[in-house]
Design a protein around this ligand. Structure first.
Ligand SMILES: [Zn+2]
Length: 141
């Protein structure tokens, strides 16, 4: 698996994801358990938390939605956190991996490996032989 060095900026993104999670927490109301921080290629940051309801949303979707609705479409790196996750991080679910691959196939993901080490890798490493949009941007159907 191709990996990249974890930088001070990456650690700052982890902190921003935790700060976002803390801001969303309201005792006895909703369960915001995952925070996410997305860095775009232009160097801006967008954060999100999971939204807890019958058809809730992952934190990654919220962060990506904030970026896209701000006119940002190229992503550099994303990280998600959960206090009980390995190394305090959260591995994006399969649906989020597919979403990230479709929106920005060169995005890097910070997560923990099976030994609890923090790593950064390409989304393609987490979703081999992924379904991709056609070069025209269209869906295949
Ligand atoms: Zn997800």
């Amino acid at each position: 698996m191709r990996t990249y060095e974890i930088t001070d900026e990456d650690n700052e993104m982890i902190k921003m994801a935790y700060d976002t999670l803390a801001k969303a927490s309201v005792e006895g109301n909703f369960f915001h358990t995952v925070g996410s921080c997305l860095k775009t290629s232009s160097g801006n940051y967008y954060t999100g938390v999971n939204c807890d309801c019958i058809h809730g949303s992952c934190a990654e979707f919220i962060a990506v939605g904030k970026a896209v609705s701000s006119g940002e479409h190229d992503f550099d790196t994303i990280v998600s956190v959960h206090p009980d996750g390995p190394a305090g991080l959260f591995s994006p679910c399969g649906n989020c991996r597919q979403m990230l691959m479709e929106y920005s196939p060169s995005v890097k993901v910070i997560l923990a490996d099976d030994d609890g080490n923090i790593i950064k890798t390409d989304i393609g490493e987490l979703l081999p032989l992924a379904w991709k949009r056609l070069p025209t941007g269209d869906l295949m159907h």
